[in-house]
Ligand binder design. Structure first.
Ligand code: ADP
Length: 370
């Protein structure tokens, strides 16, 4: 009732009894009500202050209801217009609807009928306002998002541009050859980061559009893990990492695509290498869990602070700390992992303890079982 005070209703009807009874019923409901006995003064007021809802008689002298409806609808199509009429034929109903009316209330009506139709109209207006607000919010977020992504792509390019400027102005520096090599290496490094960013970004767009996960089939996850371990063995060796893989005697195929499960597990293994300590350990285990296959990737690395954990699957989120400062990455790897899991009805979870290590647990549905 209290919130109705903010809802403004205008009643236009040349029949005084009708106006008074509408007012009595609606004011009792707490609405802010104004009455007019003809279309001209009603429209004058509406031009000054547009109501949330208009109740208008169809048959009035001087200017008829249809004209009022048309004018109000042109002024603001969001005003809910309810037509009161004593001669509701199909033709007049169609005309009023065409002109922009929302509903009809045939005379005579009971207080309950009026209350119900007004309530429905108000709800409809609020629903519409809510969806418009949501659409605006979404558009705003999309605009901000495009700016944000452009900025992420632009930063390494700007860095390369600056490095090239430095190279160009080296002049006759005594150690020119050495400086040249230094700045060229820096540039190559930034370009590598940029390419990784674009590669991951394209992967995300492909997942979002559904094309990466289009053709799911039975996948032997063990083969994928063995392949990844082989590929990254040298990189792990550089940090003297031990990689332990524990596999069950038998495991059923999972539902995914080769490319997706490869991308997912590769991200987890690469992170377990990147964020591990020297002489650390990486443990990969595979288990049967009812309808799913569970894969865990555990490391003995720097770990993730508890207040960072809720954000690590967000796009471009990278933990900023002394320990991660010199580790390069796109901040998109875990987003890709999460999106792939969501697409096939799987899940990914993380547990971590700062300075001790991190465990990622992935569950993927078995083929033909979910
Ligand atoms: P990045 O390319 O930066 O590694 P990810 O999306 O893969 O991006 O990971 C997001 C962030 O989560 C990383 O920047 C890092 O701070 C943190 N993170 C991910 N995996 C680990 C891990 N195994 N150990 C510690 N921190 C991790």
């Amino acid at each position: 009732m209290e919130q109705n005070a903010a809802i403004h209703i205008i009643v236009i009807d040349d029949d005084e009894v009708m106006r008074m009874s509408c007012e009595q019923i609606l004011v009792k409901q707490g609405f802010d009500v104004e009455l007019f006995d003809n279309g001209i003064s009603g429209l004058e007021r509406i031009r000054q202050r547009q109501p949330d809802l208009l109740l208008v008689d169809l048959k009035m002298p001087r200017i008829g209801g249809i004209e009022v409806i048309q004018t109000v609808h042109d002024l603001n199509p969001d005003v809910i217009i309810i037509v009161i009429t004593g001669y509701a034929t199909v033709d007049t109903a169609v005309d009023a609807m065409k002109a922009g009316a929302y509903d009809f209330l045939p005379k005579p009506f009971t207080p309950d009928e009026l209350r119900l139709i007004v309530q429905r109209g108000i709800e409809r207006r609020q629903l519409h306002a809510h969806s418009v607000a949501l659409r605006h919010e979404k558009e705003k977020m999309q605009r901000q998002y495009i700016t944000f992504v452009s900025h992420q792509l632009q930063s390494p390019l700007v860095a390369v541009q600056q490095f090239l400027e430095v190279l160009k102005h080296l002049g006759d520096a005594p150690n020119k050859a050495q400086l040249q090599e230094e700045w060229i290496n820096k540039s190559l490094h930034k370009i590598k980061d940029l390419l990784a960013l674009i590669r991951d970004w394209l992967k995300i767009t492909k997942i979002d559009s559904g094309t990466l996960i289009e053709k799911t089939c039975p996948i032997d996850v063990i083969e994928v893990i063995q392949d990844i371990v082989e590929t990254f063995r040298d990189q792990a060796q550089e940090k003297q990492l031990e990689i332990n893989v524990s596999l069950p005697a038998q495991i059923e195929p999972i539902l995914c695509t080769e490319e997706c499960i490869h991308a997912l597990l590769e991200n987890l293994v690469v992170n377990a290498i990147k964020y591990n300590r020297h002489n650390g350990v990486i443990s990969i285990t595979v288990d049967n869990i009812n309808t799913h296959v569970q894969i865990t990737v555990r490391d003995t690395g720097i770990g993730i602070a508890a207040d960072e954990l809720p954000f690590i699957f967000d796009e471009f989120h990278r933990v900023k700390s002394g320990a991660t400062k010199h580790i390069s990455g796109t901040g998109l790897g875990l987003t890709i992992c999460k999106k792939i899991c969501d697409e096939v009805g799987g899940s990914i979870a993380v547990e971590s303890s700062e300075g001790e290590g991190t465990t990622f647990t992935v569950q993927m549905p078995k083929f033909g079982q979910v």
